[in-house]
Design a protein around this ligand. Structure first.
Ligand SMILES: *Cc1c(COP(=O)(O)O)cnc(C)c1O
Length: 780
């Protein structure tokens, strides 16, 4: 198969040059790519790779279709074919950890010697690898690609795409991987990447890897093994340098030596290494703006990704990009900026601030409203606070332009305490549940209570991007907030009343209706307005909170028949104790009552309303309670009832603060209000910038709570104050200004909940709105 388009498109949301893109319709666990073909055709895509199955190609007369057995395999074959056209060295990296860091460091360390093509962020999957390899072009002199697998058989496919000439096996982790029988199988599977390499780098101390090498490496392969016992180390005092850091660095050094770079030069380049951050941060800025702070290298691949992220932020209508010159070697300058201008246009950017001499030279290429400055200083000298309002602003610059000065000016001032929300973890958790329930079951996500404390607009925006079926909130004002933030998904409102029915209708929100009185109020409100509206009928099956009871069913079905203009979008109920095995008989009874009541109501309707009953514990423990849709709440935010689910979920929120002051306090003194902080020894006491007004519960006082500083748990001393707390750091090497973790991976919200005798959600929803949320993506 030969394709004619220049851009490979696997995600319909990332479209930028439709006429020059070929779309691969992939069938995955959550989506079937074929369903996006009509939309893409309308946008101008004319080339498609589709899978063998009935598909009405006649509906798209101007399109060209390639029919293949498997679209991912076709994508891989096309990339493999592309790769074969280049006879440059290509480094293939795999291992349990460190792949991305080693790749990024090598790209920095070897940049004086090569024009490098590398995978953006951690594009290392069955899809990511072919997309990365596709970006190889004639001016590159070295490729660096990472490969990650989750199933047996996958690595052999990635090997044919990357065709590495140099291999790096970073390490083998202890984590148990369900898909593999054991570690040995996992190692052998990863070694498939190195079937044809001429040079191979690894750490000799992994004897399990050594044992398998003869079966995989070609006989003439040069093995560059290094051992931790004699590895070169750039520092003499190394107490705080982690094992992983050291390991990653030594892989790089082995390869630099292989390229005959002198020891002095290696040393010089290592000292010049910059930290690798692939983070893309979204946070609140001045004048109701959102800022996207992207500290990733400013190359074309990184810019594309940041623009994708920008174009999918609907919280504000206006999109601004502050961009520095791109430091992309080996490309024709005017061609590069023409391409960037096109990208900005395709991604719907409304305004550009270009900073740097190259951008200034090429300003004619940009058709959108734009201003150009020769330097960051020149921009800041002219800048006024009022220049930006009600916009999403992407700030993306190469490091030498020190755009952190711009970020500082545009950020809302915050008081040291932030809740970091990992958007990739949210996506991961959502996809985990999607896979678990299968494509036939819809998902409603509960974003009530500020999305369980995580930030309602931003979380909803991500959920819209992932095309969940429904959102639900507790009150109409939350729904209005979502609509104002550009959310178009259907939204169920759990609590409504006559005072806000107008708001509900104005913003196309869908109320839960839970009792005869409530129904009547709604009908009275509608009067003779002839509106057709959607409502959701809540029935009580044992929670005894809100809901129609069985005795209301005759009345209700009668009313529903009389009011065909009121559309019953769904019928639902709520489980009271799905997480407690001792109440399983009761839960089964609830499921039976629900089925009975839903059947009764559906019987008077000419259509089938959506049925839903299960919350997070319900969907996990009672598959039969999933019906047509599940209502996902705490599971999305990383908390599960089943251990096997918990293992697979990622931590979404990390609450952090800083040490404001440290003092030495003799044991004869006390700490804090009421002199409750009694000391058993002379102590170092750190005051941290978080108190009960931020959501750090007073129950954590006097040692009940602990916070993490430099990897060590430190107990709270005395009583938690409104805005501050004191902790014992006698045994920790720390300084003022250092980071303090309140919760995150460790300690987790489950740990905090068990210390203070509450449930994890309360820990999350307690985090005050004055704590600023920073949303970030690591990229994948
Ligand atoms: C909050 C809520 C949920 C979600 O519950 P989780 O246990 O967090 O998954 C589901 N349904 C209703 C009616 C709710 O109020």
């Amino acid at each position: 198969m030969t394709i004619s388009a220049r851009y490979l498109l696997t995600d319909s949301r990332q479209i930028s040059s439709p006429a020059d893109s070929v779309f691969f319709a992939i069938r995955g666990p959550h989506h079937d790519g074929h369903t996006f073909i009509p939309e893409l055709y309308r946008k101008g895509v004319r080339e498609f790779v589709i899978e063998e199955a009935p598909f009405q190609t006649q509906a798209f007369p101007k399109a060209q279709f390639h029919v293949v057995p498997n679209a991912i395999h076709a994508l891989q074959e096309i990339a493999a074919e592309h790769r074969r056209a280049f006879s440059i060295p290509v480094i293939g990296i795999t291992g349990s950890n460190g792949k991305t860091i080693v790749k990024e460091w090598l790209a920095q360390l070897l940049s004086p010697d090569f024009v490098i093509c590398r995978s953006p962020k951690s594009y290392n999957s069955q899809l990511g690898v072919p997309l990365s390899v596709w970006s190889l072009d004639a001016h590159h002199t070295l490729g660096i690609f990472e490969a990650g697998i989750s199933q047996p058989g996958e690595m052999a496919r990635l090997e044919t795409v990357i065709q590495p000439t140099i291999g790096i096996f970073t390490n083998i982790g202890t984590a148990h991987d369900e898909a593999f029988q054991d570690r040995r199988q996992k190692i052998r599977e990863k070694l498939e990447l190195f079937r044809h390499v001429k040079t191979f780098v690894y750490c000799l101390d992994f004897t399990e890897i050594t044992a398998e090498l003869p079966d995989f490496l070609p006989a003439d392969c040069q093995i560059l093994g290094w051992s931790k016992t004699e590895a070169w180390h750039p520092f003499t005092t190394q107490s705080n340098i982690s094992q992983a850091w050291w390991e990653n660095l030594n892989h790089c050094i082995a390869l630099l030596r292989h390229f005959r770079i002198s020891e002095d030069e290696i040393q010089r380049r290592i000292y010049a290494l910059r930290p690798v951050s692939m983070r893309l941060e979204l946070k609140e800025g001045i004048n109701d703006c959102y800022l996207i702070d992207d500290s990733y290298n400013n190359d074309l691949a990184g810019l594309k990704m940041a623009l994708d992220f920008l174009s999918n932020q609907h919280e504000r209508p206006h999109k601004v990009v502050i961009l520095s010159d791109l430091l992309q070697s080996g490309v024709n300058e005017s061609e590069l900026y023409t391409q960037i201008a096109q990208l900005l246009k395709d991604k719907g950017v409304n305004q550009l601030i270009g900073i740097g001499e190259a951008l200034q030279r090429n300003q004619m290429a940009f058709a959108l409203p734009a201003k150009f400055f020769e330097s960051t200083e020149a921009f800041l000298a002219k800048y006024r606070t009022s220049d930006f309002s009600d916009s999403v602003v992407l700030v993306k610059g190469a490091r030498t332009f020190h755009f952190e000065d711009i970020i500082r000016k545009l950020s809302l001032r915050t008081h040291g305490t932030i809740l970091e929300v990992n958007l990739d973890a949210l996506s991961h958790n959502l996809n985990y549940f999607r896979e678990k329930i299968g494509r036939q079951t819809k998902i409603m996500v509960m974003v009530k209570a500020f999305a369980y404390g995580s930030g309602i607009e931003e979380v909803a925006n991500l959920l819209q991007f992932h095309r969940v079926d429904y959102l639900a909130v507790a009150y109409p004002d939350e729904g209005v907030r979502l609509r104002k933030a550009g959310i178009q998904l259907p939204i169920l409102i759990l609590n409504t009343s006559p005072e806000n029915f107008q708001q509900v209708l104005d913003y196309q929100l869908e109320p839960e209706i839970y009792s005869p009185r409530h129904w009547q109020e709604f009908v009275d409100f509608l009067g003779d307005r002839q509106l057709s509206t959607s409502v959701h009928i809540k029935v009580d099956t044992g929670m005894h909170r809100l809901g129609f009871e069985e005795k209301h069913l005759d009345w209700l079905t009668d009313q529903i028949s009389q009011h065909p203009e009121i559309r019953i979008a769904s019928i639902f109920s709520h489980l009271a104790a799905a997480d407690e095995a001792e109440h399983d008989a009761f839960t089964h009874q609830q499921i039976a009552r629900y089925t009975f009541m839903a059947d009764r109501i559906t019987a008077v309707l000419p259509y089938q309303p959506i049925r839903h009953l299960a919350n997070s514990p319900g969907l996990a423990r009672f598959p039969e309670a999933r019906f047509d849709m599940i209502r996902l709440g705490k599971g999305l935010y990383g908390t599960a009832v089943l251990p096997e689910d918990q293992e697979n979920l990622k931590t979404v929120g990390t609450l952090k603060t800083v040490i404001s002051q440290i003092k030495e306090v003799p044991k004869t003194e006390t700490v804090g209000y009421g002199r409750r902080g009694v000391l058993s020894r002379d102590s170092r006491i750190a005051t941290i910038a978080i108190g009960y007004a931020d959501g750090f519960d007073r129950k954590f006082s006097r040692g009940t709570g602990k916070v993490l500083i430099h990897g060590q748990l430190c107990p709270i001393v005395g009583n938690i104050c409104m805005d501050m707390s004191m902790v014992d750091v006698t045994d920790v090497d720390c300084s003022e200004g250092d980071e303090v973790i309140i919760f995150g991976d460790y300690p987790s919200i489950r740990d905090l909940a068990s210390w203070s005798g509450t449930i994890p959600y309360e820990i999350l929803t307690n985090v005050g709105e004055r704590v600023s949320r920073v949303f970030y993506r690591e990229g994948n």
